[in-house]
Design a protein around this ligand. Structure first.
Ligand SMILES: *Cc1c(COP(=O)(O)O)cnc(C)c1O
Length: 364
């Protein structure tokens, strides 16, 4: 028998979350962002749950090929555009739409031979200072693209740095609206956080929203809001089983470095899950875990293949009991990935993307 750890992808939850995001921006089209192999879920595995989207947005050309291989004939957008001239051949062949964020990409396009003119998304750097043309240079880039026979249609795009936080999006929105005031074309601005928090404003919704992490059941602004607040459901469950039980006495320690000491009798379950499965090593004593769907805590350090959990709240649990590291337990109890991520000082994004290769994945 294989080790009892398994990740489960929930197609019903993917569909639910897409529908939830649509209610946040009912008149906009929706890119399901599937970069990083659908945030660790697996593009092929998640596809059935995501095909209700209007398009798929990603970065990697091989991932774009995989989306086409699944039979998807609708829009596919390369969020970082092309990296070298021959990428444009693939765009022509597969009908990929691509971001244009720098002069080099315009040069490549101008030199590209194609029968089919491309649809491009011209990116503005409205303040995040990663990709895009500055507002001052944006119009010139637009004019240049508009004159190219290789370009069929230009859409307008920017990305927010603080949609999830206190600073917000007003400063960037202002810059974008000002610099695009009289430019034609569809517009796309909002990631998950902007779609959930700011899409009451039609100018933020634009023509397309681009949610990623919320589609996968993580609250982009946790801990200010959690998935229950946003009406999102976990799309990935990481579960395992107890493979041993230890009875500790006062003064006993557990695991490497003896970082946890029992202050009285304590029943502890040893779980087949460790950092080599993608469970974060930075999680410390107190990190929430579900045993048989009942909330308890991690005790001691995370090792490569095992963790230990306090069985006090679940006296009936023992060898082979179900353990939910994040996601949905068999009894329906939910442990949001965001809570576990916070204990590790990171985000739900990182945990779902870091699910290890060795973990078998089921689709439910
Ligand atoms: C990753 C990404 C998104 C999705 O962001 P989330 O925070 O996961 O919703 C949207 N737009 C661009 C350009 C991205 O790179």
């Amino acid at each position: 028998m294989p080790r009892p750890i398994v990740a489960t992808i929930h197609l019903d939850a993917l569909r639910h979350n897409l529908a939830r995001l649509r209610t946040a921006a009912p008149d906009a089209k929706l890119w399901a962002v599937v970069k990083a192999n659908a945030y660790g879920h697996g593009i092929e595995r998640a596809y059935e749950g995501l095909r209700g989207a209007d398009g798929f947005a990603l970065l990697d050309l091989q991932e774009a090929e995989r989306v086409r291989a699944l039979g998807w004939r609708g829009p596919v957008l390369l969020l970082e555009g092309v990296f070298e001239p021959r990428d444009l051949e693939l765009c022509s062949r597969l009908g990929l739409w691509h971001t244009v964020h720098c002069d080099e990409q315009i040069e490549m396009l101008a030199a590209h031979k194609t029968q089919v003119p491309h649809r491009v998304f011209l990116k503005m750097n409205s303040g995040m200072n990663r990709l895009g043309f500055t507002p001052q240079r944006y119009r010139a880039a637009w004019t240049r693209l508009d004159a190219l026979p290789q370009v069929e249609e230009i859409s307008l795009m920017t990305h927010f740095s603080d949609a999830d936080g206190e600073r917000g999006i007003a400063h960037q929105l202002q810059v974008f609206l000002e610099a695009t005031r009289d430019l034609p074309g569809e517009r796309t601005l909002a990631n998950s956080a902007a779609a959930l928090r700011h899409a009451a404003d039609a100018q933020v919704r634009g023509d397309w929203i681009r949610p990623g992490v919320a589609v996968y059941g993580s609250a982009p602004d946790y801990p200010e809001h959690d998935i229950a607040h946003w009406g999102l459901q976990p799309t990935m469950t990481l579960s395992s089983r107890i493979l041993a039980v230890q009875q500790l006495q006062a003064g006993d320690t557990i695991g490497y470095g003896s970082s946890f000491t029992a202050d009285g009798p304590l029943r502890v379950g040893v779980v087949a899950c460790g950092y080599a499965d993608g469970y974060p090593r930075h999680c410390t004593t107190g990190t929430p875990v579900l045993v048989a769907g009942v909330r308890t805590r991690l005790v001691g350090r995370v090792s490569m293949d095992m963790i230990a959990v306090d069985l006090t709240p679940v006296p009936g649990a023992g060898f082979d009991s179900e353990v939910t590291l994040w996601g949905r337990a068999s009894n329906g109890a939910v442990l949001a990935i965001d809570e576990v991520a916070k204990s590790a000082g990171t985000l739900g994004y990182e945990l779902m993307c870091a699910l290890a290769q060795r973990v078998p994945v089921a689709v439910a």
